[in-house]
Design a binder for this molecule. Structure first.
Ligand code: 5AD
Ligand code: SF4
Length: 451
């Protein structure tokens, strides 16, 4: 569109990295309409809440935020309020009924149609609901992404066919879909051309990737990673989130064979009890998980692991929980996310009886988090004195300070000139903060971190 009127767009992102990626793509798709980003809803001509439905708290937050936006909308003539993401997908018409000031409800598979929805909402002043799963993939209709700094996300896979009994994702994000490898490679080259040095491949079940290869065969994630490693200038590759069932031997081998593939893996296990894992429909046992970890460490000795855990799944006994604690002790994670089980409407586990009482869930969560936190601190402390390469990503909080990213995904502070942002530099770790490391640039030990 020539000379579009300048308008401000505020997007609030809840939940996972998939949503962070989708928010950026929604901004891209709306840019030709004249929308540029703003940091506050007060300034905005359009507000998008990109929502998460994974746990009850996340979903309820959307309605309280919508309540806060209502007076802003009433005070302005033409403000557009849109709800996107998984709450939109799951509760579309209920949102329009509960919050009549919402103009657009758009599911994750329909973002490419946002410009049309905006036009309908403004011209016809009607509420627009689009939560269809289109026959043609939305990726074909989204503009090419732009690199925004040295790290970038690249969505390669969406949806999930695993149907873990606690999880809404197969319902909100739909069936598994993998993008053709050629599209992924083209997008990676564009991102690298725009300055990205590190790309994180995204998917709800990223290692279930089975995209069409340029030769017509089906490519696995391992194959895709090996091809991405050939992209000139792409120094680092990561992928998230994975399922233990899809950790095939070739992908594991890639960790030992592809130097660009970073030695950090987020591999959710949820529980260490075989009984609970079976009830969750995870399709593997605790020992299967241990074997995968052994193989990964066989391929890449320094690989650091992170995971997701749920406490208080229906039927979880003290013994089951002890088995989770045992698994955590056996494996040793460097960073983890843990949650109280939250019954989600429409999922099989929500109907199970008896549910675990909330105080038991909470107590187990605290016990688990204490151990996971101690493991995180022990790992960070063990890094002191070691030297590794970090990718300098952005200015730090203090003058002269730059934040970088370690191979193990830790935030690392060093003193360096901002002109080095985007470079990968060797540093020696000298201190540990709560959730980050302090380091000196190994070539220049006088540049000690002040934090
Ligand atoms: N309750 C609690 N945690 C959940 N997760 C997914 N669904 C639920 C639920 N109903 C957690 C899982 C998953 C992570 C993204 O969120 O641990 O790996
Ligand atoms: Fe949800 Fe399980 Fe699919 Fe992960 S694998 S998105 S937890 S259903």
């Amino acid at each position: 569109m020539a000379n579009p009127t300048r308008k401000k767009l505020f997007i609030k992102t809840y939940g996972c990295q998939m949503n962070v990626y989708d928010s950026a793509r929604m901004a891209d798709v709306l840019a030709p309409l004249g929308y540029t980003a703003t940091e506050t809803a007060e300034e905005a001509d359009m507000v998008i809440l990109n929502t998460c439905h994974i746990r009850e708290k996340a979903a309820e937050k959307v309605f309280s935020d919508l309540g806060r936006i209502r007076p802003l909308k009433n005070a302005k003539d033409n403000m557009i309020v849109a709800v996107a993401g998984c709450v939109a997908q799951a509760e579309g018409s209920e949102i329009l009924a509960r919050a009549p000031h919402v103009d657009i409800v758009v599911g994750p598979q329909a973002y490419h149609r946002l410009p049309e929805m905006v036009a309908r909402a403004t011209r016809a002043r009607e509420q627009v609901l689009d939560t269809d799963f289109p026959a043609e993939p939305k990726f074909d209709h989204l503009p090419a992404p732009r690199a925004d700094g040295p790290t970038a996300f690249l969505s390669v896979q969406e949806g999930c066919d695993k149907f873990c009994t606690f999880c809404v994702v197969p319902y909100t994000r739909g069936a598994e879909y993998s993008r053709p490898a050629a599209d992924v490679l083209r997008e990676a080259r564009i991102l690298v051309g725009g300055g990205a040095r590190e790309i994180t491949l995204l998917g709800q079940n990223v290692n279930a990737f089975h995209g069409e290869g340029p030769d017509g065969s089906t490519w696995t994630l391992g194959r895709l990673i090996r091809a991405l490693a050939e992209v000139d200038g792409l120094a680092r590759i990561r992928y998230t989130t994975s399922h233990p069932r899809d950790m095939d031997d070739d992908l594991i081998a890639a960790h030992g064979e592809v130097p660009q593939l970073m030695p950090f893996l987020h591999l959710p296990v949820q529980s260490g009890s075989d009984k609970i894992l079976a009830a969750m429909n995870r399709g593997h046992t605790a020992d299967d998980f241990r074997r995968i970890v052994d193989k990964l460490r066989g391929a890449r000795a320094d690989i650091a692991l992170s995971s997701d855990f749920i406490t208080g799944y229906p039927g979880e006994t003290d013994k089951d929980f002890d088995e989770t604690m045992e698994l955590v002790g056996d494996v040793g994670f460097v960073q983890s996310f843990s949650f109280k089980y939250s019954p989600r409407p429409g999922t099989p586990a929500a109907l199970l009886k008896p549910q675990v009482p909330d105080d038991v869930k909470t107590e187990r969560l605290h016990l688990l988090q204490q151990v996971l936190d101690a493991q995180l601190r022990a790992f960070n402390t063990s890094c002191v004195g070691s030297t590794f390469d970090i990718l300098l990503t952005n200015p730090g909080r203090y003058p002269g300070q730059i934040v970088g990213r370690s191979p193990y995904l830790q935030a690392v502070h060093v003193m360096a000139d901002p002109k080095h942002i985007g470079s990968i530099v060797p540093v020696k770790v000298v201190s540990v903060e709560a959730y980050s490391l302090g380091a000196v640039w190994a070539d220049n030990e006088t540049k000690a971190a002040s934090a």
